[in-house]
Design a protein around this ligand. Sequence first.
Ligand code: TRP
Ligand code: SF4
Length: 403
Amino acid sequence: MPSKTESGRILSGMRPTGRLHLGHYHGVLKNWTALQEQSECFFFVADWHALTTHYEEPGVMGANVWEMLVDWLAAGVDPDKATLFIQSRIPQHAELHLLLSMVTPLGWLMRVPSFKDQQQKLNDRDLATYGFLGYPLLQSADILMYRATGVPVGEDQVPHVELTREIARRFNHIFGRDGAFEEKALEALAKLGKKSAKQFVSLRRQWLQEGVSLAREQALQVLEGSGNIGPQDRERLVGYLDGGGREILPEPEALLTPAAKMPGLDGQKMSKSYNNTIQMRDEPERVKTRLMTMPTDPARQRRHDPGDPDKCPVWDLHRIYTDEARRLELASGCRSAGIGCVDCKKPLLEAILKEQSVLRDRARPFEQNPKQVREIIESGCERARDVAQETIHEVRTVVGTLY
Ligand code: TRP
Ligand code: SF4
């Protein structure tokens, strides 16, 4: 079995939104608990990120942070296996964000899809701020600080990991240059002949400075088409094309979390803003009432009307909670009107309550002794700070602020 460090380092963050719901549990946290078994993991509360959109409500942050951490622990995120910390407790994130901002073209930030999307969606607040524009770069700093190789995220966050890769490449290109390597690469370049060399240099610039990946392909074709250079020079030029020199900040990969389709109690996606959630540590009575009144296939007006599970939001919950054999039975009962919706919901309710009782049991010691959560965070922050300090030291060295 590979050791935890060989399998790379995982980092992910979550905004402190307060108590989490079952969509978070199945969509994110279960994935984290699997990852902590195989890899070195850093999971953090992205409180500065929350401020970029919710700066007018600073008062709720504290409570939200601790409630969310209890939910992480309830899900089985284990402080002995993963490092848990809070972003604002590691001020090095702010320094790295600042230093990265020096080399980040404005256009790269303005074309991140969430910039325009969120401004339109959250139109009740002013998001024409410097902090909001820079928030994907703050995320890049979070990731690059820990030299993460894998970043588990949902689909909406993939462009931010992409941006992080481009920033790392540009940073390494600007600050990781190595004189001897560069000299040899330029010698190899001269062997290509004037026209090809000029083309290669211009394509390389488009790739490294603007992130145009087509330009990289074309530059490789220029090398391919040149008979003048040997394999060693070719290899050197490929290295030169990708920035050459030293890799100070490694490029991370996005680990796309397959979205568990978790419907809310009204059939829309489960989300706090739709007020249709089942919280991880909800009261059993409340879960029961809300599940029992949850809408089903609208064709089933009466008990003897046959239904179609594929048109029923309850069915999406069965896909998560019920094994296949049982689902086949229930589906045919639905289609033949052999069972009613209450019969169909009952086993589902049992499965959800059983799952929640495990979560509540795990949360209880932390609810009763909040000091324990604070201690977990203290020691997590200490570990995170050690890594952050090391990265910042190296970054200060290469950008020239260490004197
Ligand atoms: N931006 C992420 C979100 O809104 C949270 C986040 C901040 C994050 N920094 C991160 C996720 C670093 C992964 C890695 O959900
Ligand atoms: Fe939905 Fe089940 Fe009712 Fe069919 S029987 S409509 S699947 S709740």
